[in-house]
Design a protein around this ligand. Structure first.
Ligand SMILES: NC(=O)c1ccc[n+]([C@@H]2O[C@H](COP(=O)([O-])OP(=O)(O)OC[C@H]3O[C@@H](n4cnc5c(N)ncnc54)[C@H](OP(=O)(O)O)[C@@H]3O)[C@@H](O)[C@H]2O)c1
Length: 362
């Protein structure tokens, strides 16, 4: 049977360790989990069954395997140590018989974004970032429509625009909106992204290292690899949409607690075709997955055992192709969620109403 494996890792150390090891998760403080994660071996999580192509009827199976390092540990430890742990996890996937390995969240961020890891394994590796880009941009477009924000008049912002995902999202959004703000940490790198973006779209560009610039944006896509949140309640314009692709989150919970006039959605959640059983609760509703997981599934359904997305230079062509294959097999953007809760039509109507009132009052 065609198959794949996908590497996950704890993001919220206590909550995620507790999902697999209830006692350890409850007893150990975060600092101890972070410290001990370096010494844990890779962990077999579950067997995934029931993914079925809507186009061909083909069914595939897969496995979740976990790299025990938390994002903080992956960034603090010397990169070769993180590589070693991820490669060990890859070896576990190889022993299970996996023919393709997907790298989840920070295992795709660390170092050279999968290149070294792929060179040390005998099976191909993909970060899943091509489909993550496609789904993030789809989510921004759909959220704009549901919030009655016409793209043709909107100002958008990409936070983390110099990253692997951010750079291509910027190029795609530049074809939709007249004004685009590129936010990053390094001006020189931002200028390079701006140059690329100008070749793609007509949007007028602003490059900045100042996060407060997003206060002008109607649509914000945030995709940094910061360990801590970087978008707070006071950063956002009334009526804005924020699509948070970062894992761990880039948007502070304070935003939904203090701002009932902005919509925050999680980017990257998709419906999986078939009657999928992941054998593990990674915190999403049943039959939905992260877009990066979905990319690995799509490639297995296609029988394309190749390192589809590796490194930080992702092309629009890769994104367009995986988007087409996703549609063919029946993967699609799932309903929106905001801080673990489903976003209903009523919720969106309420935000729009609050924003209208606030603008009226102002
Ligand atoms: N939701 C999903 O399905 C999904 C799938 C894949 C990845 N992700 C998440 O997407 C995020 C980005 O991934 P990527 O592959 O694009 O990573 P990347 O290539 O390493 O890019 C990260 C970006 O974040 C910026 N950054 C890092 N630390 C920062 C900080 N403290 N403050 C502000 N900006 C900071 C970097 O700036 P510099 O260029 O200056 O370093 C860069 O622009 C990660 O959180 C990852 O876990 C989510």
């Amino acid at each position: 049977m065609d198959n794949f494996a996908f590497v996950i890792h704890p993001i919220d150390p206590k909550r995620d360790v507790e999902r697999k090891f209830p006692l350890l998760g409850r007893l150990l403080p975060v600092s101890a989990i972070n410290f001990l994660s370096r010494f844990f071996p890779p962990i077999y999580i579950s067997h995934i069954t029931g993914i079925r192509s809507a186009a061909t009827g083909k069914e595939i199976e897969g496995w979740f395997v976990a790299c025990p390092l938390t994002p903080a540990r992956m960034m603090q430890l010397p990169t070769p140590v993180a590589y070693h742990k991820i490669v060990q996890t890859g070896h576990m996937a190889e022993k299970l018989g996996a023919r393709l390995l997907g790298l989840g969240a920070f295992t795709a961020v660390v170092g050279d974004a999968g290149v070294t890891i792929a060179s040390r394994l005998s099976i191909p590796v993909t970060t899943g970032n091509s489909y993550t880009i496609a789904v993030a941009v789809q989510a921004v477009r759909e959220a704009a429509q549901r919030m009655d924000i016409p793209l043709s008049q909107a100002t958008a912002a990409v936070v983390g625009a110099t990253g692997a995902i951010g750079r291509v999202c910027a190029q795609l959004l530049a074809t939709d909106v007249p004004q685009l703000i590129l936010v990053g940490r390094r001006m020189e790198a931002l200028e390079k992204v701006a140059e690329l973006t100008r070749q793609r779209g007509q949007a007028q560009l602003q490059t900045t290292t100042d996060i407060t610039a997003i206060h002008r944006a109607d649509l914000v896509l945030t995709v940094t690899s910061a360990i801590e949140t970087i978008i707070d309640a006071h950063h956002l314009k009334t009526g804005a949409v924020v699509c948070d692709v970062s894992r761990p989150r880039g948007v502070s919970r304070q935003v939904v607690e203090q701002r009932d006039d902005v919509l925050v959605i999680e980017g990257g959640m998709v419906d999986v075709p078939g009657d999928v059983d992941f054998g593990f609760d990674f915190g999403f509703p049943p039959k939905t997955a992260y877009a990066c997981m979905a990319e690995t599934m799509i490639l297995a359904l296609e029988g394309r055992y190749e390192s589809y997305t590796l490194g930080r230079e992702i092309t629009i062509e890769q994104v367009t192709e995986i988007e087409r294959l996703a549609e063919k097999h029946g993967f699609r953007l799932a309903g929106f969620r905001s801080f673990e809760r489903a976003v209903t039509d009523e919720y969106i109507e309420q935000i729009k109403e609050n924003a209208r009132r606030k603008r009226g009052g102002a």
